[in-house]
Design a binder for this molecule. Structure first.
Ligand SMILES: [Zn+2]
Ligand SMILES: [Zn+2]
Length: 352
Protein backbone atom coordinates (compact mmCIF):
# COMPACT_ATOMS: atom_id res chain seq x y z
CA UNK A 1 0.00 0.00 0.00
CA UNK A 2 1.27 3.37 -0.84
CA UNK A 3 0.33 6.99 -0.90
CA UNK A 4 1.00 8.77 -4.17
CA UNK A 5 1.96 12.38 -4.61
CA UNK A 6 2.61 13.60 -8.16
CA UNK A 7 5.62 15.87 -8.11
CA UNK A 8 6.66 18.76 -10.29
CA UNK A 9 9.57 17.60 -12.51
CA UNK A 10 11.08 21.08 -12.18
CA UNK A 11 10.98 21.83 -8.46
CA UNK A 12 9.65 18.71 -6.74
CA UNK A 13 6.55 20.38 -5.23
CA UNK A 14 3.21 18.57 -5.37
CA UNK A 15 1.15 18.94 -8.57
CA UNK A 16 -2.61 19.49 -8.59
CA UNK A 17 -5.13 19.24 -11.42
CA UNK A 18 -6.39 22.72 -12.31
CA UNK A 19 -9.99 22.81 -13.58
CA UNK A 20 -9.57 26.10 -15.44
CA UNK A 21 -6.35 25.16 -17.25
CA UNK A 22 -7.29 21.48 -17.58
CA UNK A 23 -3.65 20.80 -16.70
CA UNK A 24 -1.53 19.70 -13.75
CA UNK A 25 -0.07 22.84 -12.20
CA UNK A 26 2.71 23.51 -9.71
CA UNK A 27 1.88 26.19 -7.15
CA UNK A 28 5.55 26.97 -6.48
CA UNK A 29 7.24 27.34 -9.86
CA UNK A 30 3.99 27.84 -11.84
CA UNK A 31 4.85 25.07 -14.32
CA UNK A 32 2.12 23.22 -16.18
CA UNK A 33 1.99 19.62 -17.28
CA UNK A 34 -0.51 17.26 -18.83
CA UNK A 35 -1.73 14.36 -16.66
CA UNK A 36 0.23 12.08 -19.01
CA UNK A 37 3.44 13.99 -18.27
CA UNK A 38 2.72 13.72 -14.54
CA UNK A 39 2.32 9.97 -14.96
CA UNK A 40 5.58 9.73 -16.91
CA UNK A 41 7.30 11.68 -14.13
CA UNK A 42 5.98 9.24 -11.59
CA UNK A 43 7.66 6.33 -13.36
CA UNK A 44 11.02 8.08 -13.28
CA UNK A 45 10.60 9.20 -9.69
CA UNK A 46 13.09 8.19 -7.04
CA UNK A 47 11.90 5.25 -4.94
CA UNK A 48 11.51 7.43 -1.82
CA UNK A 49 8.72 9.35 -3.55
CA UNK A 50 6.46 6.38 -2.99
CA UNK A 51 6.71 5.40 0.65
CA UNK A 52 5.70 1.80 1.21
CA UNK A 53 3.57 1.34 4.25
CA UNK A 54 5.39 -0.29 7.14
CA UNK A 55 3.47 -2.55 9.57
CA UNK A 56 3.11 0.15 12.21
CA UNK A 57 1.61 2.46 9.56
CA UNK A 58 -1.31 0.20 8.87
CA UNK A 59 -3.09 0.88 12.09
CA UNK A 60 -6.73 0.11 12.00
CA UNK A 61 -8.76 2.13 14.40
CA UNK A 62 -12.08 0.30 14.75
CA UNK A 63 -11.61 -0.97 11.20
CA UNK A 64 -12.84 2.20 9.48
CA UNK A 65 -9.87 4.50 9.76
CA UNK A 66 -6.44 3.90 8.28
CA UNK A 67 -3.22 5.85 8.59
CA UNK A 68 -0.41 6.38 6.09
CA UNK A 69 2.78 8.37 6.13
CA UNK A 70 2.69 11.54 4.05
CA UNK A 71 5.40 11.21 1.38
CA UNK A 72 5.99 14.97 1.64
CA UNK A 73 6.36 15.67 5.35
CA UNK A 74 6.18 12.25 7.02
CA UNK A 75 3.16 13.14 9.16
CA UNK A 76 0.27 10.69 9.50
CA UNK A 77 -2.47 10.91 6.93
CA UNK A 78 -5.51 9.53 8.69
CA UNK A 79 -8.38 8.67 6.40
CA UNK A 80 -11.57 6.68 6.11
CA UNK A 81 -11.09 3.19 4.67
CA UNK A 82 -12.91 4.30 1.48
CA UNK A 83 -10.78 7.39 0.86
CA UNK A 84 -9.08 7.35 -2.53
CA UNK A 85 -7.82 10.93 -2.69
CA UNK A 86 -7.25 13.38 0.15
CA UNK A 87 -4.79 15.93 1.52
CA UNK A 88 -2.16 15.80 4.23
CA UNK A 89 -3.58 17.70 7.18
CA UNK A 90 -0.15 19.06 8.07
CA UNK A 91 1.53 20.11 4.83
CA UNK A 92 -1.52 20.21 2.54
CA UNK A 93 0.04 17.88 -0.04
CA UNK A 94 -2.56 16.14 -2.22
CA UNK A 95 -2.29 12.43 -1.46
CA UNK A 96 -3.72 9.57 -3.49
CA UNK A 97 -4.31 6.23 -1.80
CA UNK A 98 -3.26 3.83 -4.50
CA UNK A 99 -4.91 0.68 -3.12
CA UNK A 100 -8.31 2.34 -3.40
CA UNK A 101 -7.67 3.22 -7.06
CA UNK A 102 -6.24 -0.01 -8.41
CA UNK A 103 -7.52 -3.50 -9.17
CA UNK A 104 -11.30 -3.69 -8.72
CA UNK A 105 -11.25 -0.10 -7.57
CA UNK A 106 -9.63 1.37 -10.63
CA UNK A 107 -12.28 3.51 -12.36
CA UNK A 108 -12.58 3.00 -16.10
CA UNK A 109 -13.54 6.58 -16.93
CA UNK A 110 -13.82 10.00 -15.36
CA UNK A 111 -15.09 13.48 -16.15
CA UNK A 112 -12.48 16.02 -15.01
CA UNK A 113 -13.54 19.08 -13.01
CA UNK A 114 -14.49 21.97 -15.33
CA UNK A 115 -15.62 24.34 -12.57
CA UNK A 116 -12.88 25.87 -10.42
CA UNK A 117 -13.12 26.38 -6.66
CA UNK A 118 -13.54 30.14 -7.13
CA UNK A 119 -16.49 29.55 -9.46
CA UNK A 120 -17.96 27.11 -6.93
CA UNK A 121 -17.63 29.73 -4.16
CA UNK A 122 -19.33 32.32 -6.33
CA UNK A 123 -22.19 29.94 -7.11
CA UNK A 124 -22.50 29.10 -3.42
CA UNK A 125 -22.92 32.78 -2.46
CA UNK A 126 -25.50 33.27 -5.19
CA UNK A 127 -27.34 30.12 -4.10
CA UNK A 128 -27.63 31.27 -0.46
CA UNK A 129 -28.22 34.95 -1.43
CA UNK A 130 -24.97 35.90 0.32
CA UNK A 131 -26.31 34.44 3.55
CA UNK A 132 -28.92 37.16 4.15
CA UNK A 133 -31.35 34.86 5.94
CA UNK A 134 -29.08 31.91 6.74
CA UNK A 135 -27.30 31.47 10.06
CA UNK A 136 -24.64 34.17 10.35
CA UNK A 137 -21.54 32.05 9.78
CA UNK A 138 -23.01 30.15 6.83
CA UNK A 139 -21.62 32.43 4.12
CA UNK A 140 -18.43 33.34 6.01
CA UNK A 141 -15.01 33.15 4.37
CA UNK A 142 -14.16 30.25 6.69
CA UNK A 143 -17.19 28.34 5.53
CA UNK A 144 -16.44 29.08 1.85
CA UNK A 145 -13.00 27.52 2.26
CA UNK A 146 -14.69 24.27 3.26
CA UNK A 147 -16.25 23.78 -0.18
CA UNK A 148 -14.69 20.55 -1.35
CA UNK A 149 -14.13 19.20 -4.82
CA UNK A 150 -15.06 15.56 -4.66
CA UNK A 151 -14.91 12.78 -7.22
CA UNK A 152 -17.98 10.68 -6.49
CA UNK A 153 -17.93 7.01 -7.54
CA UNK A 154 -20.67 6.30 -10.06
CA UNK A 155 -21.83 3.28 -12.00
CA UNK A 156 -22.85 4.08 -15.56
CA UNK A 157 -25.18 1.47 -16.99
CA UNK A 158 -25.74 0.60 -20.63
CA UNK A 159 -28.92 -1.47 -20.94
CA UNK A 160 -30.85 -3.08 -23.73
CA UNK A 161 -34.48 -3.57 -22.85
CA UNK A 162 -37.70 -4.75 -24.32
CA UNK A 163 -40.69 -2.81 -23.10
CA UNK A 164 -44.31 -3.87 -23.23
CA UNK A 165 -47.47 -2.10 -22.20
CA UNK A 166 -51.14 -2.83 -22.60
CA UNK A 167 -54.44 -1.15 -21.98
CA UNK A 168 -57.95 -0.54 -23.23
CA UNK A 169 -58.87 2.43 -25.37
CA UNK A 170 -62.32 3.70 -26.26
CA UNK A 171 -63.79 5.72 -29.09
CA UNK A 172 -67.23 7.17 -28.65
CA UNK A 173 -69.65 8.46 -31.21
CA UNK A 174 -72.90 10.22 -30.29
CA UNK A 175 -75.75 11.18 -32.56
CA UNK A 176 -79.41 12.20 -32.30
CA UNK A 177 -82.19 10.61 -34.25
CA UNK A 178 -85.61 12.05 -33.62
CA UNK A 179 -85.97 12.49 -29.87
CA UNK A 180 -83.35 9.87 -29.03
CA UNK A 181 -79.66 10.35 -28.42
CA UNK A 182 -77.55 7.35 -29.35
CA UNK A 183 -74.05 6.56 -28.15
CA UNK A 184 -71.80 4.01 -29.70
CA UNK A 185 -68.67 3.10 -27.71
CA UNK A 186 -65.99 0.97 -29.28
CA UNK A 187 -63.43 -0.79 -27.08
CA UNK A 188 -59.92 -1.53 -28.32
CA UNK A 189 -57.29 -3.74 -26.79
CA UNK A 190 -54.03 -1.77 -27.03
CA UNK A 191 -50.61 -3.40 -27.08
CA UNK A 192 -47.28 -1.65 -27.46
CA UNK A 193 -43.84 -3.18 -27.66
CA UNK A 194 -40.46 -1.52 -28.20
CA UNK A 195 -36.76 -2.29 -28.04
CA UNK A 196 -34.83 0.47 -26.31
CA UNK A 197 -31.15 0.98 -25.80
CA UNK A 198 -30.11 3.11 -22.82
CA UNK A 199 -26.62 4.55 -22.56
CA UNK A 200 -24.85 5.74 -19.41
CA UNK A 201 -27.67 5.70 -16.91
CA UNK A 202 -25.92 6.82 -13.72
CA UNK A 203 -26.25 5.64 -10.12
CA UNK A 204 -23.81 6.68 -7.43
CA UNK A 205 -21.89 3.89 -5.74
CA UNK A 206 -21.49 5.58 -2.39
CA UNK A 207 -23.62 4.73 0.64
CA UNK A 208 -22.82 8.09 2.23
CA UNK A 209 -24.20 10.10 -0.69
CA UNK A 210 -27.84 11.07 -0.81
CA UNK A 211 -29.20 9.21 -3.87
CA UNK A 212 -31.86 11.82 -4.70
CA UNK A 213 -29.34 14.61 -4.44
CA UNK A 214 -26.96 12.82 -6.79
CA UNK A 215 -29.80 12.13 -9.26
CA UNK A 216 -30.68 15.82 -9.23
CA UNK A 217 -27.13 16.80 -10.20
CA UNK A 218 -27.73 15.24 -13.62
CA UNK A 219 -27.25 15.60 -16.47
CA UNK A 220 -23.54 15.09 -16.95
CA UNK A 221 -22.21 15.40 -20.47
CA UNK A 222 -20.83 11.93 -21.09
CA UNK A 223 -19.16 12.90 -24.36
CA UNK A 224 -16.50 14.36 -22.04
CA UNK A 225 -15.81 11.07 -20.29
CA UNK A 226 -12.14 10.25 -20.60
CA UNK A 227 -9.98 7.31 -19.69
CA UNK A 228 -9.23 7.32 -15.96
CA UNK A 229 -5.80 8.44 -14.86
CA UNK A 230 -4.79 8.99 -11.26
CA UNK A 231 -3.22 12.48 -11.65
CA UNK A 232 -6.68 13.97 -12.36
CA UNK A 233 -7.61 13.29 -8.73
CA UNK A 234 -4.66 15.23 -7.35
CA UNK A 235 -5.98 18.28 -5.48
CA UNK A 236 -9.46 16.80 -4.89
CA UNK A 237 -11.11 14.39 -2.54
CA UNK A 238 -12.25 11.02 -3.84
CA UNK A 239 -13.81 7.90 -2.45
CA UNK A 240 -13.89 4.40 -3.82
CA UNK A 241 -17.29 2.78 -4.25
CA UNK A 242 -18.79 0.98 -1.28
CA UNK A 243 -21.93 -0.07 -3.15
CA UNK A 244 -21.37 -2.61 -5.92
CA UNK A 245 -23.07 -2.33 -9.30
CA UNK A 246 -25.27 -5.26 -8.28
CA UNK A 247 -26.43 -3.27 -5.25
CA UNK A 248 -27.43 -0.18 -7.25
CA UNK A 249 -28.83 -2.08 -10.25
CA UNK A 250 -32.45 -2.24 -8.91
CA UNK A 251 -32.47 1.57 -8.69
CA UNK A 252 -31.34 1.83 -12.31
CA UNK A 253 -33.88 -0.77 -13.41
CA UNK A 254 -36.66 1.15 -11.71
CA UNK A 255 -35.70 4.36 -13.53
CA UNK A 256 -35.44 2.62 -16.90
CA UNK A 257 -38.72 0.81 -16.34
CA UNK A 258 -40.54 4.07 -15.61
CA UNK A 259 -38.98 5.80 -18.59
CA UNK A 260 -39.75 2.90 -20.94
CA UNK A 261 -43.37 2.83 -19.81
CA UNK A 262 -43.70 6.61 -20.29
CA UNK A 263 -42.26 6.30 -23.82
CA UNK A 264 -44.74 3.56 -24.73
CA UNK A 265 -47.64 5.40 -23.14
CA UNK A 266 -46.75 8.49 -25.22
CA UNK A 267 -47.34 6.60 -28.46
CA UNK A 268 -51.01 6.04 -27.62
CA UNK A 269 -53.01 9.04 -28.73
CA UNK A 270 -55.76 7.85 -31.04
CA UNK A 271 -58.38 7.10 -28.36
CA UNK A 272 -60.73 9.24 -26.34
CA UNK A 273 -60.08 7.37 -23.13
CA UNK A 274 -57.23 5.05 -22.27
CA UNK A 275 -57.06 2.72 -19.30
CA UNK A 276 -53.63 1.11 -19.00
CA UNK A 277 -53.69 -2.28 -17.32
CA UNK A 278 -50.16 -3.62 -17.46
CA UNK A 279 -46.54 -3.03 -18.36
CA UNK A 280 -43.29 -4.88 -18.20
CA UNK A 281 -39.66 -4.16 -18.99
CA UNK A 282 -37.36 -7.06 -19.74
CA UNK A 283 -33.64 -6.39 -19.39
CA UNK A 284 -31.90 -8.17 -22.23
CA UNK A 285 -28.38 -6.96 -21.53
CA UNK A 286 -26.75 -4.64 -18.99
CA UNK A 287 -23.21 -3.42 -18.46
CA UNK A 288 -21.94 -1.20 -15.67
CA UNK A 289 -18.87 0.99 -16.01
CA UNK A 290 -17.11 2.30 -12.91
CA UNK A 291 -16.55 6.05 -13.28
CA UNK A 292 -15.72 9.12 -11.20
CA UNK A 293 -17.83 12.25 -11.59
CA UNK A 294 -16.92 15.72 -10.26
CA UNK A 295 -19.04 17.37 -7.54
CA UNK A 296 -18.40 20.46 -5.40
CA UNK A 297 -19.82 19.95 -1.95
CA UNK A 298 -20.38 21.55 1.40
CA UNK A 299 -22.24 20.09 4.36
CA UNK A 300 -23.51 22.16 7.23
CA UNK A 301 -25.18 21.11 10.43
CA UNK A 302 -27.77 23.46 11.89
CA UNK A 303 -30.28 22.79 14.66
CA UNK A 304 -29.86 19.05 14.44
CA UNK A 305 -30.28 18.91 10.68
CA UNK A 306 -27.77 18.43 7.86
CA UNK A 307 -27.79 20.83 4.94
CA UNK A 308 -25.96 20.04 1.74
CA UNK A 309 -24.77 22.27 -1.05
CA UNK A 310 -23.87 20.21 -4.10
CA UNK A 311 -22.79 21.42 -7.51
CA UNK A 312 -22.17 19.50 -10.70
CA UNK A 313 -18.43 20.07 -11.21
CA UNK A 314 -18.87 19.90 -14.98
CA UNK A 315 -22.06 21.86 -15.73
CA UNK A 316 -22.31 24.08 -12.64
CA UNK A 317 -25.86 22.94 -11.79
CA UNK A 318 -26.56 23.48 -8.09
CA UNK A 319 -28.86 21.46 -5.83
CA UNK A 320 -29.75 21.70 -2.16
CA UNK A 321 -31.60 24.14 0.11
CA UNK A 322 -29.73 26.58 2.36
CA UNK A 323 -30.62 26.69 6.08
CA UNK A 324 -32.77 29.59 7.26
CA UNK A 325 -32.36 31.44 10.52
CA UNK A 326 -35.88 32.40 11.74
CA UNK A 327 -34.52 35.29 13.79
CA UNK A 328 -32.83 36.88 10.78
CA UNK A 329 -35.95 36.40 8.62
CA UNK A 330 -37.96 38.17 11.29
CA UNK A 331 -35.41 40.95 11.52
CA UNK A 332 -35.45 41.47 7.76
CA UNK A 333 -39.24 41.53 7.59
CA UNK A 334 -39.16 43.86 10.61
CA UNK A 335 -36.88 46.26 8.73
CA UNK A 336 -39.11 46.03 5.66
CA UNK A 337 -42.18 46.67 7.81
CA UNK A 338 -40.53 49.74 9.24
CA UNK A 339 -39.68 51.08 5.77
CA UNK A 340 -43.26 50.57 4.62
CA UNK A 341 -44.52 52.28 7.77
CA UNK A 342 -42.23 55.26 7.25
CA UNK A 343 -43.36 55.50 3.64
CA UNK A 344 -47.01 55.38 4.69
CA UNK A 345 -46.40 58.09 7.25
CA UNK A 346 -44.67 60.18 4.59
CA UNK A 347 -47.50 59.67 2.12
CA UNK A 348 -49.99 60.35 4.88
CA UNK A 349 -48.10 63.53 5.64
CA UNK A 350 -48.42 64.65 2.04
CA UNK A 351 -52.11 63.83 1.95
CA UNK A 352 -52.90 65.96 4.96
ZN1 LIG B 1 7.35 23.26 -9.73
ZN1 LIG C 1 2.37 16.15 4.70
Amino acid sequence: MAVMVYKCPHCGAALEFDAEMQKMTCDYCKSEFTPEQALAGEQNAEPQDIREETPEDSEFFNGHIKAWHCPECGADIVADANTAATFCRFCGAPALIETNLTGDYRPVRLIPFKISKDEAKEAFLKWCHHGKITPKDFASEQQLEKITGMYVPFWLFDCQVEGMASGIGTRRRTWIHGDVQYTNTQYFRIRRRADLHFMKVPADGSKGMDNDMMDHLEPFDYTQLIEFQMPYLSGYMAEKYDESHEAVYPRVQERIDQYTYAQLRDTISEYQTVQMDGHKTIFRQSNAMYSMLPVWMLTYRYQGQNYLFAMNGQSGKVVGTPPKDPKRILMRSGVLGLIVYVLLVLIGGFLL
